[in-house]
Design a protein around this ligand. Structure first.
Ligand code: SAH
Ligand code: SF4
Ligand code: F3S
Length: 448
């Protein structure tokens, strides 16, 4: 490739989970730190970073079609095209193949190596094509610039990677082993986020409740210890965390739900299936009864907790009766919200070569039934909250003029009308419930 002038503008396009959103923000900060500007909405950029997700099917195809679209839409009059970098989990898993198949891609960078982007850019400017999918011992977090810009609700990655090796999942391969960021650097970053105006922080990790570290007095802490320390930050109002694994739900973390008022009454605790046989085949390391017991204990300390989950239908060998057990679990526990997916065979994972792969139409039909059950469950949960007065963190303009959309403590979407601004924490009464949102009435806004 011929040398190219250094890029002046960039755009980072995120796919996948919140960890990717966080990584995308950090990459943006890194590029801004190099003197580049974010491309304005709708305008082309000199550098495009595709921050990809590999969790379900067609991940790679999506990347190729995205590249095609960029080349088509963003070719300049002088015939030049933007520098394209592929980052994220597809880069980690399929980086070499992407380099071989897509000559327009100049950089491939994995989720643990993106702090090296500036050096890669320098090489790319010389006309080289560069791949970095190392999982270096030095952590990227130490090499990244300070956080620059955050909204009222900010993400903070505290733990990365996964050692669980569920038989269907690519994450242990794309993100590497479980690593916890040190306590002190997390407190520093959280303080910085709060100083910049964050009033809600969501702690992120592929298995966030596996976080461990030594606090400032050298005492070993789990995620609950970190949460309690963050709760001391005066200007921080809300703390959340996701995603949790049932095996890492410690007594201390459960207790924190009853004791730390800033810890929001919301728990994303994926179960995947309601059948013990399927859970074992998935290598989930717990049974249905254990999960039910966990939720009983959480509800004992925090009766109003909003439970959220992830489900997979059509795992290899799943029978109708086993699927019915998943429906049964949803009915009996009640989910405030949930994500449900058709099983997608991922290259290199054990489940992809298991016997009993389920036909697509069976998966479709099961997914529909599960989603109907989850919708009923969400509606029922939302109805139990009608009549409550709570704080709503304003996140967006609503569809109608004068309307706002925000999040309740239970992570419900609440829309209301009245005096407010983005980032306000207003007091509202929940008036009317649907399965996906509630109508609220504004009672007070401390900010106005
Ligand atoms: N660490 C989290 C999940 C991360 S992936 C946990 O264990 O709970 C997010 C969700 O994607 C998973 O909970 C699962 O429901 C879904 N998922 C992962 N791999 C999948 C696959 N191969 N097919 C379908 N869904 C999958
Ligand atoms: Fe994937 Fe299982 Fe790890 Fe979650 S716990 S990231 S589903 S391997
Ligand atoms: Fe996707 Fe990687 Fe997140 S595969 S779900 S972006 S950890």
């Amino acid at each position: 490739m011929p040398p190219s002038p250094p890029p002046q503008t960039y755009r980072v396009k995120n796919f996948g989970c919140q960890m990717n959103v966080y990584d995308g923000e950090r990459m943006s900060e890194l590029l801004a730190d190099q003197g580049m500007n974010a491309a304005a909405d709708g305008e082309d950029a000199d550098l495009v970073v595709l921050n990809t997700c590999h969790i379900r099917e067609k991940a790679v195809d999506k990347v190729y079609s995205d590249i095609g679209r960029i080349l088509k839409d963003w070719g300049r009059e002088d015939g030049s095209v933007p520098l394209i970098a592929v980052a994220g989990c597809v880069a980690q898993a399929e980086g070499d193949e992407i380099m071989a198949r897509a000559p327009s891609v100049r950089m491939v960078v994995g989720p643990q190596a993106y702090h090296r982007l500036p050096a890669m850019l320098a090489e790319a400017a010389l006309g080289k094509r560069v791949t970095d999918t190392d999982m270096p011992a030095e952590t990227k977090f130490d090499a990244l610039p300070r956080r620059r810009k955050v909204g009222a609700s900010a993400f903070l990655t505290v733990q990365e990677g996964c050692d669980k090796f569920c038989t269907y999942c690519v994450v242990p391969y794309t993100r590497g082993a479980e690593v916890s960021r040190p306590f002190a650097s997390l407190i520093d970053e959280a303080k910085r986020l709060v100083d910049m105006g964050a009033i809600e922080i969501t702690l992120l990790g592929q298995n966030v409740n596996a976080w461990t570290g030594d606090d400032d007095k050298g005492r070993a802490q789990g995620l609950d210890g970190l949460i309690r320390a963050l709760a001391e930050l005066a200007d921080l109002s809300r703390i959340r965390y996701m995603t949790s694994h049932p095996s890492d739900m410690s007594d201390g973390l459960i207790a924190a739900h009853g004791e730390v008022t800033k810890l929001m009454p919301f728990l994303h605790l994926p179960v995947q299936s309601g059948s013990d046989r399927v859970l074992a085949a998935m290598n989930r390391n717990h049974k249905v009864a254990g999960y039910l017991r966990l939720m009983e204990r959480v509800r004992a300390v925090r009766p109003d907790i909003a439970l959220s989950g992830d489900f997979i239908v059509g795992f290899p060998g799943e029978t109708e009766a086993e699927f019915a057990e998943t429906l049964q679990l949803v009915e009996s526990l009640g989910y405030a919200q949930a994500f449900s997916f058709k099983y997608s065979p991922r290259p290199g994972t054990p489940a992809a070569s298991m016997d009993g792969q389920i036909a697509p139409e069976v998966m479709d039909e099961r997914l529909q039934r599960l989603q109907a059950a989850l919708q009923r469950s969400s509606l029922a949960f939302n109805q139990t909250t009608v009549g409550r007065t709570c704080e709503v963190l304003v996140e967006r303009h609503g569809r109608k003029p004068g309307q706002w959309l925000g999040k309740s403590p239970w992570l419900q979407s609440v829309y209301f009308e009245g005096e407010a601004a983005l980032g306000d924490l207003v007091t509202a009464e929940l008036l009317e419930a649907g399965p996906n949102s509630l109508r609220g009435g504004l009672l007070a806004n401390a900010a106005s």
